[in-house]
Write a protein that binds this ligand. Structure first.
Ligand code: PGA
Length: 245
C-alpha cells in the first residue's frame, strides 16, 4: 500500500490562514507520491475542501461525534463530515484524551460511528513518558488497542489506520524528546500484530511525534512505518512540501 502522510493542523490556523496554506501546498507542482491527507479545523473544512479539489489531496477531520444524529450539543456528526467530502477522521488524539478527558469508551463509539458513515478512522494511541520509563509501553498499547477496537468490524484493511503517537515525542509537549526510528518501528510492529489479531485485517500503522523533513526518511525507511501524522511541520508550507514530494 502507498505511504500516507497526514497533516494535523490542530487549532493553530484560522480560515484565511488555512486557505492560504492549502493553496501553497496545492501549488507545489506535480502529483505527490504518497497519499496526502489534510486535516484542518472544522470551521475550515469547506474552504480547504474547495482549494484541494482535483489536487489529489484528501480531506480529513480532527474528530467526530459518537452518533450520526441526536441530542449531543456541540458535537459534529460523521455523516455531515462525509457529506462535506471528508474521507479520514483523527480519533483519540492524546490532546483530546488529556484536555477533554476522552476515554476509550467514547473513542470506541466514535470509531464505530465514523465507520458506519464511510469515514476512515485514524486511531491515535501512544504511551506517556512514565509508562515508557516503567517498561510498560507494550502493555499500555495493548490495553488501548483492545479497548478502542472492541467490537469494531472493518470490511477492508484500508478502512482504518492506527497512528502510534508516543505522547512524550509530540513537539508541543514541554519536554518533547525525539524517538529513535528503531524504537518507533518496534512499537509499530507490535501494534500491527495485535491489531491484526483483533481486527483480522492488517491495517496501516503510521507514526506521529515531531516528524519533520529531517527525520522523515529514516522513519519511513523502517518496515513497519506506513506513513506519518505530522503536526508542527505541516503548518510550514516549505517543510510540508518537502515531506510530500
Ligand atoms: P507534532 O504533532 O508533529 O507537532 O509532534 C503530531 C500530532 O500531535 O499529531
Amino acid at each position: 500500500m502507498k505511504k500516507i502522510i497526514i497533516a494535523n493542523w490542530k487549532m493553530q490556523l484560522g480560515r484565511k490562514e488555512s486557505r492560504d496554506l492549502a493553496k501553497k501546498l496545492v501549488a507545489r507542482g506535480g502529483k505527490s507520491r504518497p497519499e496526502v491527507v489534510i486535516c484542518p479545523s472544522y470551521a475550515s473544512l469547506e474552504t480547504v475542501s474547495s482549494v484541494i479539489k482535483g489536487s489529489g489531496f484528501k480531506l480529513g477531520a480532527q474528530d467526530s461525534g459518537m452518533e450520526k444524529k441526536g441530542a449531543y450539543t456541540g458535537e459534529v456528526s460523521p455523516l455531515d463530515l462525509a457529506s462535506l467530502g471528508v474521507k479520514y477522521v483523527i480519533l483519540g488524539h492524546s490532546e483530546r484524551r488529556e484536555h477533554l478527558h476522552e476515554n476509550s469508551t467514547i473513542i470506541n463509539r466514535k470509531i464505530k460511528a465514523a465507520l458506519s458513515c464511510g469515514l476512515i478512522p485514524i486511531l491515535c494511541i501512544g504511551e506517556k513518558w512514565e509508562e515508557r520509563k516503567a517498561g510498560k509501553t507494550q502493555e499500555f498499547l495493548d490495553m488501548e488497542l483492545r479497548r478502542a477496537l472492541k467490537g469494531v468490524k472493518i470490511g477492508r484493511a484500508s478502512s482504518l489506520v492506527i497512528a502510534y503517537e508516543p505522547v512524550w515525542a509530540i513537539s508541543t509537549n514541554q519536554k518533547a524528546r525525539p524517538i529513535a526510528p528503531e524504537e518507533a518501528n518496534a512499537a509499530q510492529a507490535f501494534i500491527k500484530r495485535r491489531a491484526k489479531q483483533i481486527l483480522r485485517q492488517e491495517v496501516r500503522v503510521i507514526y506521529g511525534g515531531s516528524a519533520s523533513p529531517k527525520n522523515q526518511a529514516a522513519l519511513l525507511a523502517e518496515p513497519y512505518i506506513d506513513g506519518l501524522l505530522v503536526g508542527g511541520a505541516s503548518l510550514k508550507a516549505e517543510e510540508f512540501k518537502k515531506m510530500i514530494s
